[in-house]
Design a protein around this ligand. Sequence first.
Ligand SMILES: Nc1ncnc2c1ncn2[C@@H]1O[C@H](COP(=O)(O)OP(=O)(O)OP(=O)(O)O)[C@@H](O)[C@H]1O
Ligand SMILES: [Mg+2]
Length: 325
Amino acid sequence: MTNPINIIAVGGGKGGIGKSVVCTNLAAGMALSGQKVILMDTDFGASNLHALLGITNPAHGFQDFFNAEITDPRTLLLDTGISNLKFVSGAGDNPGSANIDSEKIGTIISFIKKLEADTILLDLGPGTNYNVIDFFNISTQGVVMTTPEMTSIMKTFSFIRSALFRRISLAFQDFPEIQRVVDHSNPNDADMESYTTGLLRSKFAEQFPDQADRLETLIQDFTPGLVVNRVRNRKDLMAGENLLKLVKKFLEIEVTYLGYIIESDRVRDSIDDMIPFLIKDPQSKPSENLQQIIGALTNTDLQFVKRDGRIFVSKQVRLSSGWEV
Ligand SMILES: Nc1ncnc2c1ncn2[C@@H]1O[C@H](COP(=O)(O)OP(=O)(O)OP(=O)(O)O)[C@@H](O)[C@H]1O
Ligand SMILES: [Mg+2]
């Protein structure tokens, strides 16, 4: 029996907050630590992830798959020059078609399920529309990102709410009446207090009491992780804590804090050089931050060292505190 594939999606409402750069480095780090990893660009229409890996012109992309020019999914796997890491581009010969309807999302899900990998990382585009949210919701582990600015915190809050409410809405697909109430409770860019999990719960208690337990399970099963990027000081770190508090208060879900990445020229320089910063200098501060995040995601303690141009990884499985040894 093969293990189920771990699908990690990296999202967050705002554009330009570092989703792609973090996703690429997570993929590189997991691959170096021995997992078979596939990194996918799902930002159709504006795909640029390949550049972060030093691939200037991807030979194939998802668009070819949609256009049925390619039928074997493995053809789309591009080499990255990093062992254990393959890449699927969002681009293709017919650029500009960013419209991914639910049928295409279904095609991609079946595509993903046919691949052989330990972990698939999905780099999401900006925004909270369904094209983006539906990819987030096919993951087995969602990662939301924010930067410390209030605008980014608010957008990431909206992203988490949209993902949760969309998940609930789709679970009640066979009950249009319920679905209408859920969708109406999640207008885009609505303020925090007016559209909460608590209010949705009370609507269920009033109108659909026999479905209240199902709603509870859907809420409890939604457990994304949070990464705060571009941190400069302690105050910036507090911004992440504030987001966790807001989510707990208004959405009543537990978001796991996975870690942070400092603001660093090394990140910017690595983008110019088209090499993931973790590979360029695994002992730099942002690389150490990233190792912590991979550790939190995989329940391991990792350490990357570069010697004579080669990267060595030491790995220790974390024992959960409840264990007696
Ligand atoms: N930790 C960091 N330190 C310094 N600069 C950073 C850091 N993280 C990201 N950046 C800068 O932010 C830019 C945008 O990053 P990236 O393209 O990963 O964002 P994104 O969230 O994927 O954007 P989009 O939503 O448009 O896809 C990078 O090109 C880099 O210059
Ligand atoms: Mg991006």
